[in-house]
Design a protein around this ligand. Structure first.
Ligand SMILES: [Zn+2]
Length: 243
C-alpha cells in the first residue's frame, strides 16, 4: 500500500502541475485582451485630436462661405446703390455696404484665429502620436511576451500530460479508479497531504487513531471531513524525529 499511496500522491502532484499550466493558459488570453484594450484606449486620444482638427477645418470652410455670401450681398447692394434715386436711399445703401464690409473683416479675423488653432491642434496631434507610439511599443512588447509564453506553456502542458500518463500506468487499476472518481468529485484534489495531524485541504484535525493508521500505511485512509485520500510522508517525519 505504501508504494501505491506514494504513487497516488505523485499523480496528484502531477495533476496539480497540469492544473497550474492550464490555469496560466486560461489567464494569458485574458491578459492579452486587457493590454490590447488599454493600448487602443490610448489610440483614441490621437483619434480625438484628429477629430478636433476636422472640426476646425469645417469651421474655417463655413467662415469662408460666409465671406463669399457677404461679398455677394455687397455686390447686389452696389448695384442697388447705382440705381438709387434719392440721397436718403443712397446713404442707406452706403451704410449697409459698410456694415457688410465690416462683417467681412470680423469673419477674416475669426479665420485667422481658426488657423492659429489649427496649428496648435497639429502640434497636439504630433505630440499625442509620438506618445502613443511609445506606449504602443511597450504594450506590443508585453503582448508579444505573453504570446511567446502561451506557446511555451502549451508545449509544457503536452509534456506534462505525457508524464502523467507514465505515472498513471504504474498505479494499480483499483487505486486509479478511486483516485479518478475522487478527482472528478473533489474538483481536482483527490489526495490530501497531511501536515502534522491536519488534512492539508480541508484543515480538519485528524483523530489520533486515524493518524496512526495513516502512519502504519496498511490501507487507504480518507479524510472523515472531506473524503479525500490522506497521505503522509513517513520517512522524512521519522528522520526528523531521530534528528
Ligand atoms: Zn479533509
Amino acid at each position: 500500500m505504501k508504494d501505491g499511496l506514494e504513487l497516488l500522491y505523485t499523480l496528484q502532484q502531477q495533476d496539480d502541475k497540469i492544473a497550474r499550466i492550464e490555469n496560466i493558459l486560461q489567464e494569458i488570453p485574458i491578459e492579452i485582451k486587457k493590454l490590447e484594450k488599454e493600448r487602443d484606449n490610448k489610440a483614441s486620444i490621437v483619434q480625438d485630436t484628429r477629430t478636433k482638427l476636422d472640426q476646425n477645418k469645417k469651421q474655417r470652410e463655413e467662415l469662408e462661405k460666409q465671406i463669399l455670401q457677404t461679398k455677394e450681398k455687397i455686390k447686389k447692394k452696389k448695384e442697388q446703390l447705382n440705381k438709387a434715386t434719392t440721397n436718403k436711399e443712397y446713404q442707406g445703401f452706403i451704410t449697409e455696404i459698410k456694415y457688410e464690409e465690416a462683417s467681412i473683416t470680423s469673419i477674416e479675423e475669426k479665420i485667422i484665429e481658426k488657423m492659429v488653432e489649427s496649428d496648435e491642434i497639429m502640434q497636439e496631434i504630433r505630440k499625442n502620436e509620438s506618445e502613443y507610439n511609445k506606449i504602443a511599443k511597450e504594450y506590443n512588447k508585453k503582448i508579444k511576451d505573453f504570446t511567446t509564453d502561451f506557446k511555451y506553456q502549451k508545449v509544457k502542458l503536452e509534456k506534462e500530460i505525457k508524464n502523467k500518463a507514465e505515472i498513471q500506468s504504474k498505479v494499480q487499476e483499483k487505486l486509479l479508479k478511486i483516485y479518478n472518481k475522487l478527482f472528478t468529485k473533489k474538483s481536482g484534489k483527490a489526495v490530501s497531504y497531511v501536515e502534522t495531524c491536519f488534512c492539508g485541504i480541508c484543515n480538519m484535525k485528524i483523530r489520533p487513531q486515524l493518524l496512526s493508521e495513516i502512519i502504519s500505511n496498511k490501507k487507504l485512509i480518507t479524510c472523515e471531513n472531506c473524503g479525500r485520500i490522506l497521505y503522509k510522508k513517513i520517512e522524512e517525519e521519522n528522520n526528523k524525529d531521530q534528528a
